[in-house]
Design a protein around this ligand. Sequence first.
Ligand code: SUG
Length: 452
Amino acid sequence: MSVNSIHEVNFDGLVGLTHNYSGLAHGNVASMSHGGLVSNPKEGALQGLAKMKSLMDAGYAQGVLPPQQRPDLGALRALGFSGSNSEILAQAAKQAPQLLRAVCSASSMWTANAGTITPSVDAPDGRVHFTPANLQSSFHRYLEPKTTGRVLQAIFRDEQRFAHHPVLPATPAFSDEGAANHTRLCGEYGEPGVHLFVYGRQAFGDARSSEREPKRYPARQTLEASQAVARQHGLSEAQTVFAQQHPEAIDAGVFHNDVIAVGNGPVLLYHEMAFLDEERTLDELRAKMSTPLIPVRVPVEAVSMEDAVASYLFNSQLLSNTDGTMTLVVPSECQEREAVWNTIQNFILAGNNPIGEVIVKDVKQSMRNGGGPACLRLRVVLTEAERAALTGRVLLNDALYSDLTAWVNRHYRDRLTSEDLADPQLATEVLTALDELTQLLQIGSVYPFQLG
Ligand code: SUG
């Protein structure tokens, strides 16, 4: 197999029909500050599709993952609400509005948190490995992994090529947020990679480790979770680097590593506050990688933590081009902050590194909940044979793009407030739309309402 026939496919999550602003994510500054705003799910879904389409048009392989069934009435039933769907919604709205908001979150759009993936070239058994993230640190996201697992198994169904692991125990010691805290660094995609796992805290560590934890906001990923995923995937010590995220970055609103760093091939673009021990992290990467690491370090004098968090500069996608250059896909918020835009133009693009182009994308509906271009996509490195073995119609082409756009226009609302979440009609609209979507994507039954 030629290393050049191995590519990265970005699977973007479709923004769901209940996309709303409920301020559910503690430590995520955008989510906390936009709670209560009126959302526009239709615009959100179309913004996501427009990003996918423009990257597809530019020649990048683009996949799509479906949203989840929300409101999650099963979760409300499990919490003691009973009666018809309308009765449950009405009771929850009255007695526990916070729970209703949580079971309506469209957070599965951020597929960087769907799971962690190891490409076949790095795995001892030559298969692509998947572990859905348990997302146990918030209730609204804890609801995702079951359906995520079913969706991944439906699409990556061929057992000869794809291996699916159980979700880690959903308990604080194994708190796992998936690929948002995992970066694979390599030469060409088909060459062996080194896996950088970034964690925020150590669950079973010594007493001193608590001094190194954030004070204000929670650390969502544990070292123990990252180690368990690496173990499941068969990654050896020589293939892995575990680095602690800087606790001050978490306290400034960096709830995932992909809000402060992005890697691709041999390039690691990061803010100087990304890692607690920057030098050790880089040294270990250099020692383990079979190709020279190309660090692109952005100092705090160039981009303050506040600018980094508000602009989501580091939540960009870094994509490889056939001529060896790379393209940085940034959210439009980067243009609104002068220091950030100057850094992109005069430091990143002008620097001695492969990043030669910037593409600006408007994903504002998602950004207001703290999800930039990189949150919206799950990276899966696939050989041509693995790509051909996918089940369903999930790789974007013009026909699928136009079908999905028409589907959004047919089913989505353009205005959603927290009062609307109790509307039984919304729940019915979702089921009709999702049933149609699974047929359109040809992935079979993946939702609780389809499984009975
Ligand atoms: O987990 N926001 C998500 C954003 C996830 C971004 N993903 C990455 N960085 N990879 C979160 O904090 C807010 C939902 C709400 O408030 O309704 C939310 O869950």
